[in-house]
Design a protein around this ligand. Structure first.
Ligand SMILES: [Zn+2]
Length: 618
């Protein structure tokens, strides 16, 4: 028992009605998975593009733990529930009464189902709201062909409840199956077994035999073509994008093999990818068997495929070994960020991996200035009571990876690689906490190699703000050479016409753009733009950084490509900082607001919200 649970036990003694277990549950879910756990979910839904709804039923198969429990509490958000039934021991379905709580902005609505006994199965008949937070319904004009509508889900972290009533917490895993009806001419894909030969006649059927947490429940519906990339890899995309996608992702099968040789067999059957329309608010989402990807990573030259390595890495860190609540998010993303660099190194060599890693570490350090210290810890010491105390979502990626990299460098790969593989093997298909990782680390690495990291340093990594001063930093020789070139260009001793960028890789452009930000003048950026057409590059990571530097320097020659970028790209990581930069002076702000007004409808609701917030902040 740790200190936190002693405190909880004391509180529950004092207040009687609140059990110690209830207090230890995921604070972002209303479900009582200490009483009952969902084993399997079957959904039967019809997609209506005119009404922007999914309607039908969800059937939950339940394992009862607390034999005295007489309520089933589920998570929902904006669902209209028409009827709930429970299956009795003799197989008959009987109507159950229920209440739906008032909407909580963060958590949604608790659904309380009253039970006379403990049914093995419960069916909830419902329909989603057109504003369901997980679903984006796109009009034909928002797709490439302009002919057919599109719909996709984004359930992480707690939006699965807006399209399926369930125990919406990563602490519960279930298998699922689905029957989905969709308009003719559209294909349905899910984070499950997808049959590329299915026609959709009589509906689309899916089965997911591996147990997943709710945030990995995913659906996409659109005009889609499938292209095979290897024996167990393939890509789905809109017909006009399928060739470009297949070219860009050609290395996927090799990536799966590289990851397997590091961390053991890929356990999910196929690895397919779905390329979404540009309004997808993230880079990628690691939905099992069907990674969802932004089209903005198709650069035309395979220069951004580390994003695929990242989503693939989640097949071990996150999907196989899952954070038990969002407080422990770094166990998903920090581990995945570390594994990504290892996959890149296996495929493209140490020079490429080091360049990526150095930029990742530099960007982590630079981000600290914008994050309040309390949110810079990998994990908060507070009891699981409020998401407000959770770590900064962006920082846990590089910082968590940096902790693992530090352990790896000091212990050596001969020790660290089997250690990490053992973590995945021993916790496969489980949900884990930071304490469990620390226990595993002490037993399987620090006990044998105490010099690798002291308890005090480990504590600093986990609970203190910033990056420990003892953290080893990567220094790429190739990027050091670039530093010299950049310095000479910035001080004017190297004219733009003499900049020799022919051999530059995308990561070198990215590094260059990072380092000239807030230093290069508008005149220098104009020259760079004219000489290298940077404003129109197909590489969105480079374009984003060039626009950012241009906004800061007041170079307004980028307005047309920037407008086109903001109108066509909905990825939050790009658009939020760009709009934020435009707020700096009245003229840019007015221009940014006008663009946002035009672009708003094209963005995912989550992006709309983030940009509106960024624009209104002082
Ligand atoms: Zn990730």
């Amino acid at each position: 028992m740790n200190q936190t649970s002693i405190l909880r036990a004391a509180i529950s003694l004092a207040f009687g009605a609140i059990s110690a277990q209830a207090l230890a549950l995921d604070p972002l879910s209303y479900s009582r998975y200490d009483q009952v756990k969902t084993r399997d979910v079957h959904i039967d839904l019809k997609a209506d593009f005119a009404k922007k709804t999914l309607s039908g039923f969800a059937e939950l198969s339940l394992d009862w733990i607390d034999k005295s429990a007489r309520t089933l509490d589920l998570d929902t958000r904006e669902l209209t529930i028409s009827k709930i039934e429970g299956q009795t021991d003799n197989g008959a379905w009987r109507k159950l009464s229920f209440t739906l709580d008032k909407l909580d902005e963060e958590k949604g609505q608790a659904l309380h189902i009253t039970l006379a006994s403990q049914p093995q199965k419960v069916r909830i008949y419902y329909r989603t709201a057109p504003t369901a937070s997980a679903l984006q319904w796109l009009a034909p004009v928002q797709t490439m062909s302009g002919k057919r509508p599109f719909m996709f889900s984004q359930s992480e972290s707690i939006d699965a409840r807006s399209w399926v009533p369930l125990q919406d917490t990563p602490a519960v895993r279930f298998t699922y199956s689905a029957h989905i009806a969709a308009p003719q001419g559209l294909r349905v894909v899910m984070s499950a077994e997808n049959d590329p030969k299915a026609t959709g006649k009589g509906g689309w059927n899916f089965k997911m035999p591996q147990a997943i947490p709710s945030y990995l429940l995913a659906i996409g519906i659109g005009e889609l073509e499938m292209r095979s990339l290897g024996p167990r890899t393939g890509v789905y995309a809109e017909p006009k994008r399928i060739d470009a996608a297949a070219y860009e992702f050609a290395d996927t099968e090799k990536m799966v093999s590289a990851a397997e040789s590091l961390y053991g067999p890929y356990r999910w059957g196929r690895y397919d990818m779905l390329v979404l329309p540009p309004s997808f608010p993230f880079g990628g989402m690691e939905n099992p068997r069907m990674t969802f990807l932004t089209p903005t990573m198709i650069a035309g030259d395979r220069s951004l495929v580390d994003l695929i390595a990242h989503e693939l890495a989640h097949s071990w860190s996150g999907n196989l070994v899952t954070n038990a609540s969002w407080k422990h998010f770094w166990l998903n993303e920090g581990f995945t960020t570390y594994v990504t660099t290892r996959i890149i190194e296996s495929l493209y060599g140490p020079e490429e991996a080091d360049m990526n890693l150095q930029v990742e570490q530099e960007e982590a350090i630079a981000s600290l200035a914008k994050i309040e210290p309390a949110k810079q810890a990998l994990v908060s010491r507070d009891a699981d009571t409020s998401s407000a105390s959770y770590a900064d979502e962006g920082l846990v990626y590089p910082k968590g990876a940096w902790l693992l990299r530090t352990l790896e460098q000091r212990a050596g790969r001969a020790v660290f690689d089997p250690f990490l593989r053992g973590w995945f093997d021993q916790h496969a298909m489980q949900s884990v906490t930071t304490d469990e990782f620390v226990d595993y680390l002490r037993k399987n690495l620090l006990a044998q190699h105490p010099a690798v990291m002291s308890e005090a340093e480990l504590d600093e990594w986990l609970h203190a703000p910033g990056i420990p001063a003892s953290a080893p930093r990567v220094k790429s020789a190739r990027l050091a050479a670039l530093d010299t070139v950049r310095a000479a260009w910035l001080d004017g001793s190297l004219p733009t016409a003499k900049l020799d960028t022919k051999a530059w890789k995308a990561i070198e452009w990215i590094k260059f753009m990072n380092d000239i930000d807030n230093k290069a003048t508008a005149a220098q950026l104009k020259e760079l733009d004219e000489q290298f057409k940077v404003g129109k590059t197909g590489n969105n990571e480079v374009a984003f950084r060039f626009y950012r530097a241009s906004i800061h320097a007041g170079y307004r020659g980028i307005r047309e490509p920037l407008r086109a970028f903001l109108m066509s790209v909905g990825r939050q990581r790009f658009v939020v900082p760009l709009y934020t930069g435009l707020r700096a002076n009245a003229e840019d702000k007015a221009w940014g607001e006008a663009v946002f007004k035009q672009a708003r409808e094209r963005y995912h609701p989550a992006t709309q919200k983030s940009v509106a917030k960024a624009m209104s902040e002082k």
